[in-house]
Design a protein around this ligand. Structure first.
Ligand SMILES: *Cc1c(COP(=O)(O)O)cnc(C)c1O
Length: 388
Protein backbone atom coordinates (compact mmCIF):
# COMPACT_ATOMS: atom_id res chain seq x y z
CA UNK A 1 0.00 0.00 0.00
CA UNK A 2 1.23 3.47 -0.81
CA UNK A 3 -0.40 5.60 1.87
CA UNK A 4 0.16 9.20 1.06
CA UNK A 5 1.76 11.51 3.61
CA UNK A 6 -0.14 14.67 4.50
CA UNK A 7 1.04 17.92 2.94
CA UNK A 8 2.61 19.04 6.23
CA UNK A 9 4.91 16.02 6.13
CA UNK A 10 5.71 16.53 2.46
CA UNK A 11 6.58 20.14 3.24
CA UNK A 12 9.11 19.23 5.93
CA UNK A 13 12.63 20.41 5.14
CA UNK A 14 15.13 17.57 4.58
CA UNK A 15 16.56 16.29 7.85
CA UNK A 16 19.59 18.44 8.51
CA UNK A 17 21.90 15.56 9.38
CA UNK A 18 20.78 13.07 6.72
CA UNK A 19 23.56 13.56 4.16
CA UNK A 20 26.14 14.03 6.93
CA UNK A 21 24.96 10.83 8.66
CA UNK A 22 25.33 8.94 5.39
CA UNK A 23 28.88 10.21 4.80
CA UNK A 24 29.78 9.61 8.45
CA UNK A 25 28.55 5.99 8.29
CA UNK A 26 30.55 5.47 5.10
CA UNK A 27 33.77 6.74 6.72
CA UNK A 28 33.22 4.68 9.88
CA UNK A 29 32.71 1.61 7.68
CA UNK A 30 36.09 2.39 6.09
CA UNK A 31 37.64 2.36 9.56
CA UNK A 32 38.06 6.15 9.93
CA UNK A 33 38.14 7.40 13.54
CA UNK A 34 35.43 10.06 13.17
CA UNK A 35 35.29 13.05 15.56
CA UNK A 36 31.70 14.19 15.89
CA UNK A 37 31.26 17.94 16.41
CA UNK A 38 27.89 17.76 14.68
CA UNK A 39 25.17 17.21 17.23
CA UNK A 40 24.32 19.52 20.15
CA UNK A 41 23.88 16.86 22.81
CA UNK A 42 26.00 17.04 25.99
CA UNK A 43 28.43 14.10 26.28
CA UNK A 44 28.65 14.45 30.08
CA UNK A 45 26.42 12.40 32.40
CA UNK A 46 23.56 13.78 34.51
CA UNK A 47 24.86 14.66 38.02
CA UNK A 48 24.53 11.76 40.47
CA UNK A 49 22.26 13.49 43.03
CA UNK A 50 19.63 14.00 40.30
CA UNK A 51 19.78 10.35 39.24
CA UNK A 52 19.49 9.30 42.90
CA UNK A 53 16.35 11.40 43.33
CA UNK A 54 14.73 9.79 40.27
CA UNK A 55 15.64 6.36 41.58
CA UNK A 56 13.97 7.11 44.90
CA UNK A 57 10.92 8.84 43.39
CA UNK A 58 10.36 6.00 40.93
CA UNK A 59 9.87 3.61 43.92
CA UNK A 60 6.85 5.56 45.14
CA UNK A 61 3.58 4.25 43.64
CA UNK A 62 2.01 7.70 44.10
CA UNK A 63 4.25 8.79 41.21
CA UNK A 64 3.09 6.04 38.87
CA UNK A 65 -0.24 7.61 37.97
CA UNK A 66 -1.05 10.32 35.45
CA UNK A 67 0.65 13.56 36.40
CA UNK A 68 -1.17 16.89 36.40
CA UNK A 69 -1.41 18.29 32.84
CA UNK A 70 0.29 21.58 33.57
CA UNK A 71 2.88 20.16 35.95
CA UNK A 72 3.38 19.27 39.63
CA UNK A 73 2.85 22.19 41.97
CA UNK A 74 6.13 21.42 43.72
CA UNK A 75 8.07 21.51 40.46
CA UNK A 76 6.40 24.74 39.34
CA UNK A 77 7.23 26.24 42.75
CA UNK A 78 10.87 25.20 42.35
CA UNK A 79 10.96 26.84 38.89
CA UNK A 80 9.50 30.08 40.30
CA UNK A 81 12.08 30.10 43.12
CA UNK A 82 14.89 29.40 40.62
CA UNK A 83 13.76 32.33 38.43
CA UNK A 84 13.72 34.56 41.50
CA UNK A 85 17.20 33.46 42.60
CA UNK A 86 18.80 33.40 39.17
CA UNK A 87 17.13 36.35 37.42
CA UNK A 88 15.25 38.29 40.10
CA UNK A 89 12.04 37.58 38.16
CA UNK A 90 8.84 37.06 40.16
CA UNK A 91 6.51 34.32 38.86
CA UNK A 92 3.20 32.96 40.13
CA UNK A 93 3.81 29.19 40.08
CA UNK A 94 0.12 28.49 39.44
CA UNK A 95 -0.49 30.66 36.41
CA UNK A 96 2.94 31.74 35.16
CA UNK A 97 4.77 28.38 35.03
CA UNK A 98 3.97 25.25 33.04
CA UNK A 99 5.94 21.99 32.96
CA UNK A 100 6.97 20.71 29.53
CA UNK A 101 8.18 17.34 28.25
CA UNK A 102 11.36 19.09 27.16
CA UNK A 103 11.20 22.66 25.85
CA UNK A 104 11.02 21.40 22.24
CA UNK A 105 7.61 19.95 23.05
CA UNK A 106 6.30 23.33 24.21
CA UNK A 107 7.86 25.21 21.30
CA UNK A 108 6.32 22.76 18.84
CA UNK A 109 2.85 23.01 20.40
CA UNK A 110 2.62 26.74 21.04
CA UNK A 111 1.78 27.80 17.45
CA UNK A 112 -1.25 25.46 17.48
CA UNK A 113 -2.72 27.69 20.19
CA UNK A 114 -2.24 31.04 18.43
CA UNK A 115 -1.69 30.57 14.69
CA UNK A 116 -4.58 30.29 12.24
CA UNK A 117 -4.03 29.22 8.64
CA UNK A 118 -2.47 32.17 6.81
CA UNK A 119 -1.08 33.83 9.93
CA UNK A 120 2.54 34.89 10.07
CA UNK A 121 5.27 34.17 12.59
CA UNK A 122 8.58 36.02 12.71
CA UNK A 123 11.36 33.46 12.90
CA UNK A 124 15.13 33.97 13.04
CA UNK A 125 17.30 32.47 10.33
CA UNK A 126 19.59 30.59 10.86
CA UNK A 127 17.71 28.93 13.73
CA UNK A 128 16.72 25.80 15.58
CA UNK A 129 14.43 24.23 12.92
CA UNK A 130 11.52 23.58 15.31
CA UNK A 131 10.22 27.18 15.24
CA UNK A 132 9.36 27.32 11.54
CA UNK A 133 8.23 23.70 11.32
CA UNK A 134 5.82 24.21 14.23
CA UNK A 135 4.40 27.30 12.53
CA UNK A 136 3.96 25.33 9.30
CA UNK A 137 2.18 22.50 11.18
CA UNK A 138 -0.30 25.09 12.46
CA UNK A 139 -0.92 26.32 8.90
CA UNK A 140 1.04 29.54 9.28
CA UNK A 141 3.96 30.95 7.37
CA UNK A 142 7.31 32.06 8.74
CA UNK A 143 8.83 35.39 7.84
CA UNK A 144 12.59 34.92 8.26
CA UNK A 145 14.57 37.46 10.28
CA UNK A 146 18.19 37.12 9.07
CA UNK A 147 20.85 36.84 11.79
CA UNK A 148 24.03 38.33 10.35
CA UNK A 149 27.43 39.06 11.83
CA UNK A 150 27.25 42.82 11.22
CA UNK A 151 24.26 43.01 13.55
CA UNK A 152 25.77 40.72 16.20
CA UNK A 153 23.46 37.93 15.00
CA UNK A 154 20.45 39.82 16.40
CA UNK A 155 17.39 40.30 14.18
CA UNK A 156 16.90 43.81 12.81
CA UNK A 157 13.30 44.49 13.84
CA UNK A 158 13.20 47.71 11.82
CA UNK A 159 13.81 45.72 8.64
CA UNK A 160 10.52 43.83 9.08
CA UNK A 161 7.94 45.37 6.71
CA UNK A 162 5.06 46.97 8.65
CA UNK A 163 2.40 44.93 6.79
CA UNK A 164 4.20 41.71 7.76
CA UNK A 165 4.53 42.84 11.37
CA UNK A 166 0.80 43.69 11.46
CA UNK A 167 -0.10 40.16 10.34
CA UNK A 168 2.40 38.48 12.69
CA UNK A 169 1.09 36.61 15.73
CA UNK A 170 4.34 35.20 17.11
CA UNK A 171 7.98 36.26 17.27
CA UNK A 172 10.64 33.69 18.12
CA UNK A 173 14.00 34.65 19.56
CA UNK A 174 16.74 32.51 21.12
CA UNK A 175 19.67 33.85 23.19
CA UNK A 176 22.25 32.61 23.95
CA UNK A 177 21.78 31.48 20.38
CA UNK A 178 21.91 28.14 18.64
CA UNK A 179 23.61 27.96 16.12
CA UNK A 180 25.59 31.24 16.18
CA UNK A 181 26.58 31.32 19.88
CA UNK A 182 25.53 35.00 19.98
CA UNK A 183 24.15 36.63 23.13
CA UNK A 184 21.65 39.43 23.74
CA UNK A 185 21.37 42.14 26.37
CA UNK A 186 18.65 44.36 27.86
CA UNK A 187 18.72 46.97 25.08
CA UNK A 188 17.77 44.32 22.52
CA UNK A 189 15.04 42.79 24.69
CA UNK A 190 13.64 46.29 25.35
CA UNK A 191 13.31 46.82 21.59
CA UNK A 192 11.59 43.44 21.29
CA UNK A 193 9.04 44.38 23.98
CA UNK A 194 8.30 47.74 22.32
CA UNK A 195 7.93 46.07 18.91
CA UNK A 196 5.64 43.35 20.31
CA UNK A 197 3.45 45.97 22.00
CA UNK A 198 3.23 48.09 18.86
CA UNK A 199 2.12 45.18 16.68
CA UNK A 200 0.34 42.94 19.21
CA UNK A 201 2.74 40.03 18.86
CA UNK A 202 3.48 37.21 21.32
CA UNK A 203 7.21 36.89 22.02
CA UNK A 204 8.54 33.37 22.49
CA UNK A 205 12.05 33.45 23.89
CA UNK A 206 13.93 30.16 23.84
CA UNK A 207 16.36 30.45 26.75
CA UNK A 208 17.73 26.90 26.76
CA UNK A 209 21.36 28.07 27.04
CA UNK A 210 21.28 30.76 29.77
CA UNK A 211 23.32 28.55 32.13
CA UNK A 212 25.88 27.41 29.57
CA UNK A 213 28.02 30.55 29.75
CA UNK A 214 31.70 31.27 30.27
CA UNK A 215 34.24 33.66 31.77
CA UNK A 216 31.78 34.59 34.54
CA UNK A 217 29.21 35.90 32.03
CA UNK A 218 25.59 35.51 33.21
CA UNK A 219 23.03 35.71 30.39
CA UNK A 220 19.83 37.49 31.37
CA UNK A 221 16.22 36.37 31.10
CA UNK A 222 13.97 38.16 28.60
CA UNK A 223 11.51 38.50 31.49
CA UNK A 224 13.92 40.80 33.37
CA UNK A 225 12.99 43.61 30.99
CA UNK A 226 10.01 45.79 32.03
CA UNK A 227 6.81 44.84 30.19
CA UNK A 228 8.16 41.49 28.94
CA UNK A 229 5.59 39.46 30.86
CA UNK A 230 2.78 41.42 29.17
CA UNK A 231 3.91 40.27 25.74
CA UNK A 232 5.63 36.96 26.05
CA UNK A 233 6.88 33.75 27.49
CA UNK A 234 10.26 32.13 27.92
CA UNK A 235 11.04 28.49 27.23
CA UNK A 236 13.58 26.79 29.41
CA UNK A 237 14.97 23.35 29.84
CA UNK A 238 16.96 21.17 32.18
CA UNK A 239 18.53 19.50 29.14
CA UNK A 240 21.63 21.63 28.73
CA UNK A 241 22.02 22.98 32.28
CA UNK A 242 22.10 19.56 33.95
CA UNK A 243 23.01 17.23 31.04
CA UNK A 244 19.45 15.89 31.00
CA UNK A 245 18.58 15.81 27.29
CA UNK A 246 17.29 12.24 27.54
CA UNK A 247 15.03 12.93 30.52
CA UNK A 248 12.66 15.26 28.65
CA UNK A 249 11.99 17.97 31.20
CA UNK A 250 11.53 21.64 30.46
CA UNK A 251 9.20 24.49 31.31
CA UNK A 252 7.69 27.69 29.98
CA UNK A 253 7.18 30.80 32.11
CA UNK A 254 5.72 34.25 31.71
CA UNK A 255 2.42 35.56 30.32
CA UNK A 256 -0.41 33.60 31.97
CA UNK A 257 -2.81 33.90 29.01
CA UNK A 258 -0.23 32.62 26.53
CA UNK A 259 0.58 29.70 28.83
CA UNK A 260 -3.14 28.96 29.16
CA UNK A 261 -3.35 28.58 25.37
CA UNK A 262 -0.37 26.24 25.39
CA UNK A 263 -1.88 24.26 28.28
CA UNK A 264 -5.13 23.80 26.33
CA UNK A 265 -3.26 22.27 23.40
CA UNK A 266 -1.12 20.11 25.66
CA UNK A 267 -4.04 18.74 27.67
CA UNK A 268 -5.43 17.36 24.41
CA UNK A 269 -2.15 15.90 23.20
CA UNK A 270 -0.09 14.64 26.13
CA UNK A 271 -0.65 13.93 29.78
CA UNK A 272 2.28 15.71 31.36
CA UNK A 273 5.78 14.81 32.47
CA UNK A 274 6.43 11.78 34.71
CA UNK A 275 6.17 12.95 38.34
CA UNK A 276 9.37 11.14 39.34
CA UNK A 277 11.23 13.11 36.68
CA UNK A 278 9.74 16.38 37.91
CA UNK A 279 10.87 15.47 41.46
CA UNK A 280 14.37 14.83 40.09
CA UNK A 281 14.05 18.21 38.35
CA UNK A 282 13.43 19.85 41.74
CA UNK A 283 16.63 18.19 43.00
CA UNK A 284 18.43 19.69 40.00
CA UNK A 285 17.10 23.23 40.44
CA UNK A 286 17.34 23.34 44.25
CA UNK A 287 20.38 21.13 44.86
CA UNK A 288 24.07 21.93 44.87
CA UNK A 289 24.87 23.99 41.74
CA UNK A 290 28.57 23.07 41.63
CA UNK A 291 27.68 20.65 38.81
CA UNK A 292 26.66 23.66 36.71
CA UNK A 293 29.96 25.41 37.41
CA UNK A 294 31.81 22.24 36.48
CA UNK A 295 29.88 21.98 33.21
CA UNK A 296 30.75 25.61 32.41
CA UNK A 297 34.44 25.04 33.17
CA UNK A 298 34.53 21.94 30.98
CA UNK A 299 33.03 23.65 27.91
CA UNK A 300 35.10 26.79 28.46
CA UNK A 301 38.29 24.72 28.38
CA UNK A 302 37.17 22.89 25.22
CA UNK A 303 36.15 26.19 23.60
CA UNK A 304 39.57 27.68 24.25
CA UNK A 305 41.38 24.67 22.73
CA UNK A 306 39.19 24.74 19.61
CA UNK A 307 39.31 28.52 19.10
CA UNK A 308 43.08 28.62 19.51
CA UNK A 309 43.45 25.80 17.00
CA UNK A 310 41.11 27.44 14.49
CA UNK A 311 42.91 30.77 14.79
CA UNK A 312 46.26 29.03 14.25
CA UNK A 313 45.10 27.90 10.79
CA UNK A 314 43.57 31.27 9.94
CA UNK A 315 39.90 30.49 10.64
CA UNK A 316 38.44 33.57 12.30
CA UNK A 317 35.85 32.06 14.63
CA UNK A 318 34.78 34.21 17.60
CA UNK A 319 34.94 32.53 21.01
CA UNK A 320 31.31 32.25 22.16
CA UNK A 321 30.45 33.82 25.54
CA UNK A 322 27.76 31.16 25.92
CA UNK A 323 26.41 27.93 24.35
CA UNK A 324 28.57 24.97 23.30
CA UNK A 325 28.65 26.07 19.66
CA UNK A 326 31.46 27.64 17.70
CA UNK A 327 30.11 29.41 14.59
CA UNK A 328 33.08 29.23 12.28
CA UNK A 329 33.31 31.18 9.01
CA UNK A 330 34.39 29.06 6.05
CA UNK A 331 37.77 29.81 4.45
CA UNK A 332 38.36 31.23 0.96
CA UNK A 333 34.71 31.77 0.03
CA UNK A 334 33.90 28.07 0.39
CA UNK A 335 30.23 27.24 0.88
CA UNK A 336 29.05 25.72 4.17
CA UNK A 337 28.43 22.40 2.42
CA UNK A 338 31.86 22.39 0.76
CA UNK A 339 33.69 23.10 4.02
CA UNK A 340 31.65 20.52 5.97
CA UNK A 341 32.40 17.92 3.34
CA UNK A 342 36.12 18.84 3.21
CA UNK A 343 36.45 18.51 6.99
CA UNK A 344 34.65 15.18 6.92
CA UNK A 345 36.55 13.63 4.02
CA UNK A 346 40.03 14.95 4.76
CA UNK A 347 39.99 15.18 8.56
CA UNK A 348 37.21 12.78 9.63
CA UNK A 349 35.51 15.63 11.50
CA UNK A 350 31.72 16.01 11.50
CA UNK A 351 30.42 19.59 11.58
CA UNK A 352 27.05 21.05 10.62
CA UNK A 353 26.75 23.32 7.56
CA UNK A 354 25.42 26.71 8.65
CA UNK A 355 23.20 26.92 5.58
CA UNK A 356 21.21 23.95 6.95
CA UNK A 357 19.85 26.26 9.67
CA UNK A 358 18.62 28.80 7.10
CA UNK A 359 20.04 30.65 4.08
CA UNK A 360 21.73 33.45 6.07
CA UNK A 361 23.82 30.74 7.77
CA UNK A 362 25.64 30.21 4.45
CA UNK A 363 29.38 30.74 4.80
CA UNK A 364 29.56 29.23 8.30
CA UNK A 365 29.80 25.79 9.88
CA UNK A 366 28.68 24.95 13.41
CA UNK A 367 31.06 23.01 15.63
CA UNK A 368 29.64 21.60 18.88
CA UNK A 369 31.97 21.25 21.88
CA UNK A 370 30.53 17.85 22.74
CA UNK A 371 33.71 15.76 22.76
CA UNK A 372 36.59 15.74 25.27
CA UNK A 373 39.36 18.34 25.27
CA UNK A 374 41.74 15.62 24.04
CA UNK A 375 39.50 14.84 21.06
CA UNK A 376 39.18 18.55 20.26
CA UNK A 377 42.99 18.75 20.39
CA UNK A 378 43.10 15.83 17.96
CA UNK A 379 40.53 17.58 15.71
CA UNK A 380 42.70 20.71 15.71
CA UNK A 381 45.77 18.66 14.72
CA UNK A 382 43.84 17.14 11.83
CA UNK A 383 42.50 20.51 10.62
CA UNK A 384 46.10 21.80 10.62
CA UNK A 385 47.00 19.12 8.05
CA UNK A 386 44.11 19.94 5.69
CA UNK A 387 45.06 22.42 3.00
CA UNK A 388 42.49 25.19 3.29
C1 LIG B 1 18.85 21.93 22.97
C2 LIG B 1 17.88 23.02 22.64
C3 LIG B 1 16.66 23.11 23.31
C4 LIG B 1 16.30 22.13 24.41
O1 LIG B 1 15.41 21.21 23.97
P1 LIG B 1 14.75 20.20 25.02
O2 LIG B 1 13.52 19.76 24.29
O3 LIG B 1 14.44 20.97 26.25
O4 LIG B 1 15.73 19.11 25.22
C5 LIG B 1 15.81 24.15 23.00
N1 LIG B 1 16.16 25.09 22.10
C6 LIG B 1 17.33 25.05 21.46
C7 LIG B 1 17.68 26.14 20.51
C8 LIG B 1 18.22 24.00 21.69
O5 LIG B 1 19.37 23.97 21.03
Amino acid sequence: MAFEFADRVKKLPPYLFKEIDRLKAELIAQGVDVINLGVGDPDLPTPQHIIDRLHEAAQDPANHQYPSYSGMNDFKGAVARWYQRRFGVELDPNSEVITLIGSKEGIAHLPLAFINPGDVALVPSPAYPVYSVAVMFAGGTSHPMPLVQDNGFLPDLEAIPADVARRAKLLFINYPNNPTGATAEADFYEKVVAFAKEYDIIVCHDAAYTEMAFDGYKPMSFLEVPGAKEVGIEFHSLSKTYNMTGWRLGFAVGNAHVLEGLAQIKSNVDSGAFNAIQLAGIAALEGDQSCVHQMQATYQERRDVLIEGLHAVGLRAEPPKATFYVWCPTPNGMSSAQFTSLLLKEAGIVTTPGSGFGAPGEGFVRMALTVSKERIQEAVERIRKVSL
